[in-house]
Design a protein. Structure first.
Length: 751
């Protein structure tokens, strides 16, 4: 049977596309590193990127499409088209209309209409194979619609065997197939590994042969041992056939079929019509090239370059390298990019090797230019990024502190180096701007493997743990406890000074990947602590110490401690991990817990009493998706323009993404039964000293602009003299809580 693809009419349900619903808008504050501004600081990092070209804005210039299989995150970079220059600008607005992707994605123009189409691992079918989406333009934006195969059980590419049997053209989630015109007849073919072993299968597209032109997908399995090669996966060499038409014998000593994962790229290196193969494997760090001495009709890899390109600096990427062939410097000649295809525990810093084609498209010759292509223009902290805001120099502008999970080290391996990074806010209250001023803040590196310790996964948070009116630093980590840095600012003027860290404070330990957060108060006006953990639950620890001397019972199972604070569970069905990263947000007249999780959503819970079960207010705040293990932080950075929070989100790829939210700062509201209460502040704005008049007895709490507690105390009715002289200029919120319930909030500006 011969069948052609059938285009789906209309679009899929909106849930299958990125960018649906009410979403936060991307924000792009300037960032300076080593005296230079980064072009694309807030991309979110790269760990295992895959590259394709496509014209996303219909201007006739090929832009760059990047898909990172760490988190299944698509990215679009518009090409400025500057000759002989890599000129890419991150353009997240072009993600709207893209299908949801998983594991691998390649853009190819299979119907030769000048518009790139998508070949990808299926997300709408449970079967392993190839899903196809046809490209089209709508309002000069590249969008896609599904290609259906109505004569087959799934909308994935089928094929016929030589015996006429119809089967699924299977490609695994870990492999990267070669999708190319292998026989140079004008239609797209596929070469991929056999599921059971080290042989490559060639699936010939017979669209042209059947008179359909180049615009159909009609596949026949032409060769079960394409090129005569066998790739064992245990040595860095290919076993080669001795003559065209033969198939290499499995290497002696290899037991049974074996295929753990491989990447393929075909290209013609000598302008002779047939295609060479570049092969990467999960088992080694380099790329081997099979040299084709066959012809267009039948491949024969008779020779190999086992450390490609051996005439330059060979690719060496731990591990599982993949190669991509496209023009990235606008000179009309296709270049080579190499990147890891493994999603865990591999090179996470120098992840994109750019080899310029110093030859021609007919006779490529590759020369290494850099190992950090694109990455050198973005904030990328290796694996994992955990942001927090804090005004370190007390100038009224919130600075940014970022912890990372780890950097890969070729000598020490994965999870070897964690640090804290300090970015000073050198902008103003109209436009924030950040500059990296310390890439090992407070020398946290000393506690990681690279510094002589063994910890990693440093996650910073600020709160008044000792109840002395200033904000201390807590740093969670992979070991499950936290480091406590006491704030000494009331002892020394000027920029904040922290005391030496108390390691694994009070022996609190939740097992792994802790994220610590100070709760505003408990009944005794002491600061409690919650510790999220890798399993996805949040542990509550009650402060049993005194003001100035916090103390805790380390056993999370001993009352009044709790292992499921507010009944928050960040796991998804069927998964054992949740990786919470909680922060507090003073919003809409109350306090909410907002936390990322292992699956990329950002959840908002209402922090209230009783604490049996906090209501889930929003399952994904802002409808953002930044990959796995999200970590949000909030601040009001451009307060002269609006009262909206900004949000920065870290992710497992090791980068950050910035958003302007639609979350306003605290809304002043009064419960109906307390409408007669008098709660006023004067003067407002204030230079520092002000008075508060309150007509009832209750508890007064003062918060800064990002919801961090400054001070709290019980006050009687009457007029009270208060001061913010020791605090930076900015916006503050005074919340008054009545003993029997009900709260009132007022906004105060310190000039």
């Amino acid at each position: 049977m011969i069948y052609r693809y059938v285009l789906m009419i209309g679009f899929l349900l909106i849930s299958t596309f990125h960018g649906s619903g009410q979403s936060f808008k991307h924000y792009n504050p300037k960032v300076k590193v080593n005296g230079n501004y980064l072009k694309n600081p807030w991309v979110g990092g790269l760990n295992a990127p895959q590259f394709s070209e496509g014209d996303f804005n219909n201007d006739g210039i090929q832009d760059l499409f990047v898909f990172d299989r760490v988190g299944n995150v698509p990215m679009v970079f518009l090409n400025g088209g500057t000759p002989n220059l890599s000129d890419y600008t991150f353009a997240p607005e072009y993600l709207e209309g893209l299908p949801e992707f998983s594991d691998w994605v390649l853009l190819r123009d299979f119907n030769l209409d000048g518009i790139m189409d998508v070949f990808c691992y299926p997300t709408l079918s449970a079967a392993a194979g190839i899903e196809v989406w046809k490209g089209f333009y709508e309002a000069d934006k590249l969008k896609f619609e599904l290609v259906e195969f109505p004569n087959f059980s799934n909308d994935i590419i089928p094929f016929r065997t030589l015996a006429g049997q119809e089967l699924n053209l299977a490609v695994t989630a870990v492999d990267l197939p070669a999708i190319d015109d292998i026989d140079s007849d004008g239609d797209i073919d596929v070469v991929t590994f056999n599921l059971n072993g080290g042989k490559m299968e060639y699936f010939e597209n017979q669209s042209v042969e059947n008179g359909f032109g180049s615009d159909s997908l009609v596949f026949l399995r032409r060769e079960p041992c394409w090129g005569g090669m066998f790739e064992s996966g245990v040595t860095p060499y290919l076993d080669l056939a001795s003559a065209k038409g033969e198939c290499a014998t499995r290497l002696t000593g290899v037991v049974g079929p074996r295929h753990a994962g491989s990447t393929l790229l075909t290209l013609d290196m000598d302008n002779d019509c047939d295609k060479e193969i570049l092969l990467g494997d999960l088992s080694f760090d380099h790329v081997v090239m099979g040299i084709n001495d066959g012809d267009c009709d039948e491949a024969w890899m008779s020779r190999q370059d086992t450390f490609f390109p051996s005439d330059n600096i060979p690719i060496n990427l731990p591990s599982f390298p993949a190669c991509f062939y496209l023009d990235v410097d606008n000179d009309g000649i296709k270049d080579l990019l190499a990147a890891p295809n493994e999603d865990n525990g591999v090179e996470d810093d120098d992840v994109v090797w750019f080899y310029k084609n110093v030859g021609s498209n007919e006779f490529p010759e590759f020369a290494l230019q850099q190992t950090d292509f694109l990455v050198n223009q973005m904030l990328d902290f290796g694996t994992g990024a955990f942001p927090a805001f804090f005004d370190i120099d007390r100038d009224g502008a919130m600075d940014l502190i970022v912890g990372n999970e780890s950097f890969y080290d070729r000598n020490l391996g994965s999870s070897s180096e964690s640090r804290l990074f300090l970015f000073k806010n050198i902008g103003d209250d109209t436009e924030p701007e950040f500059e990296l001023t310390d890439d090992n803040w407070l020398d946290m590196r000393r506690f990681s493997k690279a510094g002589g310790g063994g910890d990693w996964g440093f996650n910073p948070s600020f709160g008044d743990l000792d109840s002395d009116g200033d904000l201390d630093l807590l740093v969670g980590s992979q070991e499950g406890g936290f480091y406590y840095f006491e704030n000494l600012e009331d002892m020394q003027p000027g920029p904040t000074v922290f005391d030496s860290p108390k390691v694994k404070f009070k022996n609190m330990d939740v097992g792994r990947f802790s994220a610590a957060m100070v709760l505003p108060t408990n009944d005794a006006l002491l600061s409690d602590v919650i510790l999220a953990e890798g399993n996805g639950n949040i542990n509550y620890y009650k402060n049993i110490g005194t003001q100035g001397d916090p103390d805790f019972e380390p056993d999370e199972n001993m009352a009044p401690n709790s292992t499921f604070y507010g009944n928050i569970d960040l796991r998804e069905s069927g998964f054992s991990n949740g990786y919470g990263t909680p922060t507090l947000l003073n919003y809409n007249g109350g306090i909410q817990i907002i936390t990322g999780n292992d699956f990329g959503s950002i959840r908002m819970y209402d922090l209230q009493t009783p604490i049996d079960s906090f209501p889930l207010l929003n399952a994904n705040v802002g409808n953002t998706f930044n990959g796995y293990r999200t970590a949000p932080a909030f601040a009001q950075l451009d307060i002269a323009k609006d009262n909206l929070y900004e949000m920065v989100v870290g992710n497992y790829r090791g980068g950050l993404t910035f958003y302007k939210t639609d979350l306003e700062q605290i809304t002043v509201g009064v419960e109906p039964e307390f409408e007669t209460i008098n709660f006023s502040l004067s003067p407002n704005p204030t230079a520092g000293d002000f008075s508060m008049t309150i007509s009832r007895k209750g508890q007064l709490s003062i918060f800064n602009s990002i919801g961090q507690l400054i001070s709290t105390k019980v006050v009687e009715s009457g007029t009270h003299s208060l001061s913010l002289n020791d605090e930076a200029s900015g916006v503050y919120f005074l919340r008054f809580d009545l003993p029997k319930g009900g709260s009132f909030t007022r906004r105060l500006v310190k000039e």
